[in-house]
Design a protein around this ligand. Structure first.
Ligand SMILES: [Zn+2]
Length: 110
């Protein structure tokens, strides 16, 4: 197995990798859709490596989904906090406004 570098992150990857194991970028090989396979590999080995690759990809995908979900959750929490803060400010302003109206009304009445 010879080595090459990821075109996206520049890290060392194994030739034959479909995706970069560092950043997940799909590695394209010139003139070929499939990564080159060495001739001494027997079909069972290929199937196993294919299954392993698929498993790795699904784990990678899962991890990414979880990261995205965690990010989304964090964002939701921040938004909720902001909304609560804004709500609090609005309430305070409204209370002050009400007090002023009451005071002014009191002054005019008496
Ligand atoms: Zn990469």
């Amino acid at each position: 197995m010879s080595s090459m570098y990821c075109p996206h992150c520049g890290k060392l990857i194994e030739e034959g990798d479909i995706y970069c194991r560092h950043c997940g970028t799909k590695i394209s090989y010139p003139g070929e859709e499939e990564p080159p396979k060495s001739f001494e590999e027997d079909p069972i080995d290929q199937t196993f490596s294919h299954l392993k690759e698929m498993q790795r990809q699904s784990i990678l995908h899962k991890e990414r989904m979880m990261a995205a979900k965690a990010k989304q959750r964090q964002h939701d929490q921040e938004t909720a906090q902001q909304t609560a803060q804004q709500g609090g400010i609005v309430l305070i302003v409204f209370a002050i406004y009400l007090t002023i109206i009451l005071v002014v009304t009191e002054i005019y009445i008496h």
